[in-house]
Design a protein around this ligand. Structure first.
Ligand code: ZN
Length: 412
């Protein structure tokens, strides 16, 4: 995962353009993708797919020497900057310069997608070292009719009901936000084997990408039963789960259950953040939450050149991946059953259900799990409810339910 973060880091991504395409090409070396190109001007709900932005070079130069150089960091150019070729004084240029005075050695990340503008981002230290005088300013960018690019990878399940996992692909050289999310999504998709649900992984630009995907899939959105937005998935902080708008969706309960074993934080839904904003808009109101480590804007490196591959830790990527795998394992096995022999306890011995457990070191726990499942399987309680109420591990409860189901004592 960390190697993928490093490979993708240098590319100049935005909400459209060749940086996104190249990113998806590299991802497709690890995970087969279906890539979609949606033309500029396409109406998607209240939005319109914008013109495509590409950039080859940009700089601010003084006496032929580059003071600010796009080739050194693509953060130096405000995303979606219009082309410029001019000479101007520092005083004229200042209105187009962005720095972080409180973090003088970091380059900020800025965009101007929907207002035509241009600008440069640089460290305060660089700006402080720029004497008054004339500067050559150049941005070799294009804003033309083109496409918005996004991709999907589908892991077919035993049922066509879907779980969506989405991550945004629109940030340039920023690692935790969101190459870490992309890397975890890739590893997660690769690790799913014959799942119950169909898992659809979405790699798309923030906001406009999610809105475009929803607009193009509105007629089949009822298939989406659960979802998770992955962002900021690799920093040193603990995991943070942001609930869906519903607040009590199954995914919310599953994540709360899985994260109990770890240092973590659970926060309520808010209509800000990443693409949960779109999935949880009132017209859809999907059971989609968001998993991060330190949430956006809560770490000083957020949206700055400090969010580089060294800020992302391999062991934290692995921890985020493992939490997702555990969550989907629970989600995939969670069911509601009805006890078909509810008048007194059914006799387990004559059905071989004690023998089935013979020799297991956790036989006693497994037996207890059967009693809990039989007792609470009244159609009202899910296996997750039973795991929570009994205090027994979910896997033990799910195994017991399978054995009881096979013995015709439970009906789904
Ligand atoms: Zn961001």
């Amino acid at each position: 995962m960390h190697e993928l973060v490093r490979r993708l880091y240098p590319l100049c991504r935005s909400i459209t353009g060749d940086g996104v395409r190249r990113t998806l090409e590299i991802v497709s070396e690890y995970l087969p993708l279906d890539t979609y190109e949606v033309p500029t001007g396409t109406e998607v709900f209240d939005w319109t797919v914008p013109r495509e932005w590409n950039i080859s070079d940009a700089y601010i130069a003084s006496e032929g020497r580059r003071v600010v150089d796009f080739q050194a960091s693509n953060l130096h150019v405000v995303g979606y900057s219009t082309p410029v070729a001019a000479t101007m004084s520092l005083a004229e240029l200042r209105g187009h310069l962005h720095t972080l005075p409180e973090q003088p050695s970091l380059i900020p990340y800025r965009t101007s997608y929907y207002a035509e503008n241009w600008g440069f981002c640089l460290t305060q230290e660089t700006l402080d070292g720029m004497p008054d005088g004339e500067y050559e300013v150049r941005i070799d960018s294009t804003l033309d009719d083109g496409h918005l690019t996004y991709a999907e990878h589908v892991v077919p399940g035993q049922v066509t009901d879907e779980v969506i996992v989405s991550c945004h692909t629109c940030h340039p050289s920023l690692a935790n936000d969101n190459l870490a999310g992309i890397a975890v999504a890739v590893a997660l998709a690769r690790s799913l084997e014959n799942p119950f649900y169909t898992y659809r992984f979405l790699f798309m630009p923030g906001t406009i990408g999610a809105i475009t995907w929803l607009a193009r899939n509105a007629d089949r959105i009822e298939k989406v039963k659960h979802g998770l937005v992955l962002a900021c998935a690799g920093d040193a902080g603990h995991l943070t789960y942001k609930k869906s708008r519903r607040g009590d969706a199954e995914i919310d309960r599953v994540l709360a259950y899985v994260l109990r074993e770890r240092e973590h934080e659970i926060v309520e839904f808010s209509p800000y953040g990443y693409d949960e904003r779109q999935f949880c808009s009132p017209g859809f109101n999907l059971g989609v939450g968001s998993l991060s480590r330190t949430p956006y804007a809560r770490y000083p490196e957020y949206h700055t050149s400090g969010d580089n591959p060294d800020f992302v830790l391999p062991e934290k990527l692995a921890d985020t991946l493992s939490a997702c795998q555990q969550a989907f394992s629970v989600l995939d096995r969670d069911r509601r059953y009805v006890n078909l022999s509810p008048y007194g306890e059914p006799q387990l011995g004559k059905r071989g259900l004690y023998d089935a457990l013979g020799g297991r070191s956790d036989a006693k726990q497994a037996q207890l799990a059967m009693l809990w499942v039989l007792n609470l399987s009244d159609g009202e309680h899910s296996l997750l409810d039973i795991a929570e109420r009994s205090g027994l591990p979910f896997d033990t409860i799910a195994d017991a339910a399978r054995a009881l189901h096979d013995a015709a004592l439970l009906k789904e």
